[in-house]
Design a protein around this ligand. Structure first.
Ligand SMILES: Nc1ncnc2c1ncn2[C@@H]1O[C@H](COP(=O)(O)OP(=O)(O)OP(=O)(O)O)[C@@H](O)[C@H]1O
Ligand SMILES: O=P(O)(O)OC[C@H]1O[C@](O)(CO)[C@@H](O)[C@@H]1O
Ligand SMILES: [Mg+2]
Length: 321
């Protein structure tokens, strides 16, 4: 009997999940495995929403955002008895391996599941937060950055027309990657992120001088994780005496058709995940670091912390003061 592998998505959806689902399914079949699909993420694992993959399940999905397998954040998966139900569901179908496409929390969940029942799995990093230790890139990040870029470019049109300041909040639960990269790409004047200490006094002085030299509008990008959107908007009004508005981009950043980068990265990560399982590895997370594809241990992901590149931090530092 060919080896059965279940493919699932978990945590916040991200563009690139669908290409990863399709590639993992097609590549598993091409390599003699029998793929199954888990619907609704970890919740579906407990509720037995698991079915054998048919080619039509994954056809015509490459260009679609989100995840056709749907996703969830499951409280029940923290409970050992519920994880035991999930394991039994897999075992009853003869499924002995898993490909999990998700973020750091999903890999923590699988680390626990593996410790409980010794079921081998391979992780495909997919989260717009880009906060998985050991990899420079997670699926969905490029698409989210392009959504942000388009939004900020549009906001700049009205900001210049009305001589206003705009504070734009971008996602990132604890991580400022989206804020930093979009600040550089969009030419923001101010950027606030959890990774860099900010200095409002210095920032006020810098903006005051810029205003004296003819600046009429400004763009500030803040990461969700610093929780400064409201405060900064009021501060700009009070300190810089500018008409200021706050725009929270919210879940728009999670949607959209995956970019070329997210589709191609999905091919690499998904095929590498199947290769990892076929090599007999039991708990590796796919990575892309310094231009090289590889894997890291789930323990490193569970115990580590994502580190932002020195160069990126250096480029953004002047925008924080
Ligand atoms: N230690 C753990 N034990 C059991 N389950 C866990 C554990 N940590 C996380 N989970 C499960 O994994 C789910 C996914 O994690 P989380 O919600 O943090 O999203 P994520 O995978 O990090 O993606 P994103 O950050 O992009 O939304 C959680 O909702 C929870 O059900
Ligand atoms: O969709 P939810 O559950 O509101 O979660 C939002 C969170 O998920 C993320 O979008 C990551 O997927 C974070 O940036 C954000 O904090
Ligand atoms: Mg996460």
């Amino acid at each position: 009997m060919s080896e059965r592998v279940a493919i699932m998505t978990s945590g916040g959806d991200s563009a690139g999940m669908n290409p990863a689902i399709k590639c993992a399914t097609d590549y598993a079949i091409a390599n003699g495995m029998e793929p199954y699909l888990v619907y609704d993420g970890l919740r579906g694992l407990i509720d037995d929403k698991i079915k054998k993959a048919e080619p039509e399940d994954v056809s015509g999905i490459l260009h679609r955002g989100g995840t056709v397998l749907r996703s969830s954040r499951s409280k029940r998966f923290f409970d050992y008895d519920m994880r035991a139900v999930a394991y039994k569901n897999l075992k009853d179908k003869g499924i002995g391996k898993l490909v999990v496409i998700g973020g750091d929390g999903s890999f923590n969940a699988l680390n626990q599941f593996h410790a409980d029942f010794d079921i081998p799995f391979a992780g495909v990093p997919a989260t717009i937060d880009n906060d998985i230790p050991g990899t420079d890139y997670c699926l969905g990040v490029d698409t989210a950055l392009n959504v942000i870029l388009n939004s900020v470019d549009s906001i700049r049109d009205t900001a210049t027309s009305f001589s206003r300041a705009f504070v734009i909040e971008v996602m990132g639960r604890h991580c400022g990657y989206l804020a930093m990269v979009s600040s550089l790409a969009c030419g923001a004047e101010i950027c606030l992120v959890p990774e860099i200490d900010y200095d409002l006094d210095q920032m006020g002085e810098r903006m005051r001088l810029e205003k004296e030299n003819g600046r009429t509008y400004l763009i500030a990008i803040v990461a969700e994780g610093v929780k400064m959107g409201d405060y900064l908007t009021r501060w700009i009004g009070d300190t810089l005496k500018m008409d200021a508005r706050l725009t929270v981009l919210g879940h728009t950043q999670r949607g959209g058709s995956p970019t070329v980068r997210d589709r191609i990265m999905a091919y690499h990560f998904a095929t590498n995940a199947i290769d990892s399982l076929q090599r007999g590895e039991t708990s590796r997370i796919m990575t892309y670091q310094d231009g090289v594809y590889g894997t890291t241990s789930v323990r490193e992901v569970a115990e580590g912390k994502a580190v932002m590149g020195e160069k990126l931090l250096k480029l953004c530092s002047p925008l924080c003061r």
